[in-house]
Design a protein around this ligand. Structure first.
Ligand SMILES: [Zn+2]
Length: 254
């Protein structure tokens, strides 16, 4: 049995919850996206580990950026195995803001959300470009500053979490459930905080695609067109959002 499904949710302390979290998170990612991550190291770091570089004040449950492995190279230290996708999971805020019983499911949902961002890129990590040290330091400054703000209103809430992201997240959720890892669909994708329908509506609209494409890399899946009801739901959502916020449309058009 995969180690990702061995976790016992009835643990007693926060320490118990986090001590093997990174290993279980990496195992889950490799289970649900093994083909896409093949040959690449994957770095999953906790906020408590990266606070010295990124700052202790951080309001996001998790984040990933294209060069995060380089931004956090000093934290990765001896574990460095070359360039690979990287995410930070905020063990501090997730522990503070949730009941002990819910911490693991929120944290694993965060892992799949960040993995969906990684797989939504043209490649999980761009091995062709090697940014300069100055560029990396600048990015580190921007990321640490951005994560310090509790409310970062976007002009449109679903930016960065669009149709392809939702499709990837729904596939990841389906694959995780098959190995016994529960997640909270609306933490993975869609839902009210993005100004979209509930994630369950997208799970219904995608139909049998996650089962039919279970063994395909996400990169291959996203080269195909999604099922028509899925695209219809997305177009209907963004059209409803535009109708409810005419000032945004006017702003774009003017
Ligand atoms: Zn996100």
């Amino acid at each position: 049995m995969s180690r990702v499904s061995e976790h016992n949710a009835s643990v007693a302390t926060v320490g118990d919850l986090w001590h093997d979290f990174v290993a279980r998170a990496i195992a889950l990612c490799r289970t649900v996206a093994g083909c896409d991550l093949a040959g690449l190291p994957l770095y999953v770091l906790l906020q408590s580990e990266v606070a010295d570089v990124m700052g202790a004040e951080n309001f996001s449950d998790g984040y990933t950026t294209p060069n995060l492995d380089l931004n956090l190279r000093s934290v990765i230290g001896e574990a460095w195995q070359g360039r690979g996708p990287c995410m930070v999971v905020n063990d501090v805020s997730i522990t503070d803001e949730h009941f002990l019983e819910d911490v693991d499911v929120v944290a694993m949902s965060t892992v799949l959300h960040e993995l969906a961002h990684i797989l939504d890129r043209p490649t999980p990590v761009d091995l062709q470009s090697l940014p300069s040290q100055e560029r990396i330091e600048f990015e580190t400054m921007v990321i640490s500053n951005a994560s310090r703000h509790e409310h970062r209103p976007l002009p449109t809430p679903y930016f960065g979490h669009e149709e392809q992201f939702i499709r990837i997240a729904v596939h990841l959720q389906f694959r995780a459930a098959l190995v016994g890892v529960a997640t909270i669909p609306n933490l993975l994708c869609a839902g009210r905080r993005y100004g979209l329908s509930h994630a369950h509506r997208y799970m219904e609209a995608i139909g049998d695609e996650p089962a039919d494409m279970l063994h395909l890399p996400l990169a291959e899946i996203t080269r195909t067109s999604p099922p028509e009801p899925f695209t219809h739901l997305w177009l209907s959502d963004i059209s409803k959002y535009a109708e409810s916020c005419p000032q945004i449309l006017n702003g774009v058009l003017s």
